[in-house]
Design a protein around this ligand. Structure first.
Ligand code: UT7
Length: 351
């Protein structure tokens, strides 16, 4: 039986660094509040009109492909995870294919819309394709250009200060011998709280159910189209989040999913060389670390520099940890995520 190993990894962070003080020029917030509640010091923003989610993903992918020692034409499937795509449709997968200059059409491109868990979902889907023998080289990309879709007024501060832009990518390859690769993974979802961390417009709901209950709008004001002037006038085009509910649920589900994987593999927390949690909030990672009784050197955090980059956060952190020599051949690595949906899950792999 084949296993799936990460044979190349890359990341791309846009140049523009935005501090907490920079944000406090647009909204009523402070460096002290942001650092205390989230641990974030700076985040990066893409260069508007010159960079997009796809172009950032492409830069990360080029590095991953080079490090994997393959040619772009060897890629036989693309998976792209993002919540901030260039277009409503088509997805970023085909745009990335074009940007990379992959002209062969025997390739498939799949877009994943699982927000913060997009990378973990993508990895698990890719693992099944590789294990089944269908594909040999899968390119998985997580990328976000959040800065194009955030509310930079005080009303949006609870969400806006958290997010940053960036991209990460891995090449996943069929491993025919050796022990490296994905050992176990689990994926979970609970739609009960779908609107507690959501951006509902533009969308096809037309005010039905969501609009009425959440915003008290009569149906006709949605006009029967995806996006209306009134939605824009009322600022209903930004993400909303019930922060405390997300926080409380996250610190419960992260450890549950990680333990589920460890139990399935017959391993325990002391076997983990590095836990790479989705960089949602430094305080969440610290809770998870405490609950699982992990040492500081077993958990990697870089949200302080980059903010929460959603689908990109795990590959960026994994890449940085590997580049820093913190992950070596044979190490047990755990990737875990929780976010909008709610969805959560984790992957256990031998590097
Ligand atoms: O990857 C996606 C998943 N998302 C997450 O994991 C986020 C999880 N949740 C969180 O990280 C936290 O809930 C937040 C960091 C988003 C918010 O922290 P909190 O401690 O839960 O704050 P809160 O929402 O309860 O707000 C406390 C106060 C409120 O003021 P009042 O009503 O007490 O006067 C907010 O209006 O802080 C205020 N506030 C801010 N103040 C300054 C909210 N955002 C800000 C801000 N700057 N940026």
């Amino acid at each position: 039986m084949y296993t799936t190993k990460i044979s190349g990894i890359g990341k791309y962070l846009p140049e523009l660094e935005v501090s907490n003080d920079d944000l406090s020029k647009f909204m009523d917030t402070s460096d002290e509040w942001i650092q205390e509640r989230t641990g974030i010091v700076t985040r990066r923003y893409g260069n508007k009109h010159k960079e997009t989610t796809t172009t950032m993903g492409t830069r990360a992918a080029e590095i991953a492909i080079e490090r994997a020692g393959i040619n772009k034409e060897d890629i036989d499937f693309i998976i792209f995870a993002t919540l901030s795509p260039d277009y409503y449709f088509p997805g970023c997968g085909v745009l990335l294919q074009r940007e990379l200059g992959i002209t062969k059409t025997e390739i498939g491109a799949l877009d994943i819309r699982n927000q913060c868990t997009g990378f973990v979902y993508g990895l698990t889907v890719a693992d099944q394709f590789i294990k089944s023998g269908m594909y040999k080289n899968i390119l998985l990309v997580g990328a976000e250009m959040h800065s194009m879709g955030l509310d930079f007024t005080t009303e949006g501060r609870g969400v806006t200060v958290i997010f940053g832009d960036g991209a990460g990518a891995v090449v996943l390859q069929r491993n025919e011998e050796g022990k490296e690769g994905i050992l176990t993974s689990n994926l979970h979802s609970d739609g009960t709280h779908a609107e507690e961390l959501a951006m509902i417009n533009p969308g096809s709901h037309g005010g039905y159910h969501l609009g009425k209950e959440k915003f008290g709008y009569p149906d006709q004001e949605f006009g029967g189209i995806f996006l209306t002037q009134k939605m824009m006038d009322d600022g209903l085009i930004y993400p909303n989040m019930t922060g405390q509910l997300v926080f409380k649920t996250a610190i419960q589900k992260f450890p549950e999913s990680i333990m589920e994987n460890l139990n399935a593999a017959g391993l325990n927390t002391s076997d983990i060389k590095m836990l790479i949690p989705h960089q949602a909030n430094l305080r969440i990672s610290q809770f998870v670390q405490r609950i699982l009784k992990l040492r500081d050197d077993q958990v990697y955090n870089n949200i302080q520099k980059y903010g929460n980059t959603t689908a990109a956060s795990i590959p960026i952190a994994l890449c940085e940890a590997w580049e820093g020599g913190l992950i070596e051949e044979g190490d047990l690595v755990c990737l875990a995520a929780f976010g909008s949906g709610f969805t959560w899950g984790s992957v256990l792999l031998r590097w």
